[in-house]
Design a protein around this ligand. Structure first.
Ligand code: CA
Length: 220
């Protein structure tokens, strides 16, 4: 991972960069807004970390300028606590995340990793197994529309054909932070998926592994 870090507080920047390097994160550092903008326009970075209060040009102005130029690199804004307005502006201008100062470097690293994992919105994505094609952009399976949950479950299965996926894994991945859920939700959605596979006369099936979960297999 390579990031651009725009920060004018020298000692803070040095301390953060030291810890990022330990995590094998490469850092280009800019100490003022103009230099920050110049570097931010280069297609070199996985994430840009922008302090808001900077000499020559503010972090918000850099953000606005890069987004206006069509740069889609994820941006984390840094700002002192209480600057709620800055936070709102940052999100309006297209920041992806926001971290209040003072922050723990471990927290910044966690946010960086989360942003790099997040797939780009425009990415067209299809996954194939046997005679099936799951289109994640249009959420269809061989042209048949899936619900959000069905697509989420099928994505896990088709990415790991032949391997068991537990109900817990499915709940965590597909339902995530939603509070009220039960394992039988998974069973219900898997039964919907089986019906759709049947309609498609698919050459694959979702097998139940007792007391564990499911796996996607070729028939025969
Ligand atoms: Ca500053």
């Amino acid at each position: 991972m390579r990031i651009l870090y725009v920060e004018d507080e020298k000692f803070l920047a040095e301390a953060v960069i030291h810890l990022l390097k330990k995590e094998k994160i490469n850092v280009d550092h800019a100490e003022d807004g103009e230099k920050g903008l110049e570097l931010a326009l280069k297609p070199n970075y996985d994430v840009i970390v922008l302090d808001i209060m900077l000499p020559k040009m503010s972090g918000l102005d850099i953000l606005k300028a890069v987004r206006n130029r069509g740069v889609k690199t994820p941006v984390i804004m840094l700002s002192a606590l209480n600057e709620v307005e800055d936070k709102i502006k940052g999100l309006d201008y297209g920041a992806d995340d926001y971290l209040a100062k003072p922050f723990k470097t471990a927290e910044l690293i966690a946010r960086l990793k989360a942003l790099v994992r997040r797939p780009a919105l425009v990415e067209a994505k299809t996954l194939n197994f046997e005679d099936l094609e799951l289109d994640l952009t249009n959420r269809t399976l061989n042209g048949v529309e899936l619900t959000d949950k069905e697509a989420g479950i099928f994505e896990m299965l088709i990415k790991n054909p032949g391997s068991a996926i537990t109900k817990e894994q499915i709940l965590a991945h597909v339902w995530g932070a939603e509070n009220e859920f039960e394992e039988n939700y998974v069973e219900v959605y898997v039964s919907y998926l089986r019906k759709k596979l049947k309609t498609l006369h698919a050459k694959v099936e979702i097998k139940t592994i007792r007391n564990l979960g499911y796996k996607l297999c070729s028939k025969n």
